[in-house]
Design a protein around this ligand. Structure first.
Ligand code: FAD
Length: 261
């Protein structure tokens, strides 16, 4: 159904009041609009959240970096605050899609959509992000459930993503040459008391790789993962890459990320 009521909310209360069983939020529209045009999704009401002022913006504290849900990828990639505090996050945003996508797409839209090959979900997991909605705080370990599925309930609105600041971190992506989505993306983050490694593009949902985390916890260097065996069982196999190839590329990208940290 391509007929719908269009609403533009000016604040969070107004947006959530408009929620109904067949409504959806519209942020950058980079996924939602194609899905509607292709007949993959249909809604009675579309609630535009882009005009809600306090949903956008970047703020650093001594412990974390807070990014508002409707902050665009281009804003994250160009932000001097992000470049200074978590440069890997700015690099990740710079590598998303193309300039048009980066100037429309938002961080909230990206993680709400939870595409299995999207970049931001790996940043959330590796940087131990907390996702704040209009109802609650969700840890990233619990947020990403499965392909295009998150812990969000109907009508729950992401307000901001709060990233922990690591000692060092890096994201290495082997991109699809056309869309720039990850065929394999590996985000490595070293904190004082733990190393977190998140992988995207490889399974139906982003995941943490415990084997790599354990190897890097005792020795944070590329050679530490030489003996780690990554099994391709359950990995995606498609026209872009076989499961075995993805398993191989995980270590290549992980080493690239660790040596660039
Ligand atoms: C050609 C192309 C190339 C791309 N390449 C990449 C890439 O390389 N890497 C990558 O990671 N991504 C890529 N993307 C995805 C893009 O970057 C967007 O992040 C993504 O499409 C969704 O963000 P959006 O703001 O456009 O959300 P929308 O399309 O507006 O919304 C997507 C979904 O999220 C929901 N939603 C949006 N905001 C919120 C919120 N605040 N709270 C709750 N729900 C919300 C909507 O209701 C909808 O269901 C690409 C997209 C295109 C079209």
């Amino acid at each position: 159904m391509k007929n719908f009521n269009f609403h533009s909310a000016s604040n969070i209360k107004e947006a959530t009041k408009l929620v109904s069983s067949r409504s959806t939020f519209l942020a950058g529209g980079m996924t939602l609009i194609p899905a509607i045009k292709l007949g993959l999704a249909a809604y009675s009401d579309i609630i535009n959240i882009k005009n809600i002022k306090n949903l956008s913006g970047i703020k650093a504290t001594s412990k974390s970096l807070k990014i508002g849900a409707t902050t665009k990828h281009a804003e994250v990639s160009l932000s001097n605050v992000v470049k200074k505090i978590i440069p890997s996050l700015s690099d990740l945003a710079e590598g998303i899609g193309d300039p048009q996508v980066r100037n429309r797409g938002t961080i909230g839209g990206s993680i709400a959509n939870n595409d299995p090959a999207a970049d931001y979900p790996s940043a959330c997991l590796a940087l131990n992000a907390k996702i704040y909605t209009n109802k609650r705080k969700i840890s990233s370990d619990k947020f990403f459930k499965d392909m295009f599925e998150t812990d969000l309930k109907k009508g729950e609105l992401i307000e901001l993503v709060d990233f922990s600041i690591p000692e060092k971190s890096c994201y290495a992506k082997f991109p699809n040459p056309a869309s720039r989505y990850a065929i394999v993306g590996v985000y490595v983050a070293k904190f004082k008391d733990e190393v977190r490694v998140a992988i995207t593009g490889v399974e139906s949902c982003v995941f943490r790789c415990k084997k790599l985390e354990d190897a890097l916890s005792s020795n944070f260097s590329p050679s530490a993962i030489d003996s780690v065996n990554i099994s391709s069982k359950g990995f995606n196999s498609d026209i872009h890459a076989s499961a075995e190839y993805r398993a191989h590329i995980i270590k290549v990208m992980a080493k690239k990320a660790i040596s660039s940290c």
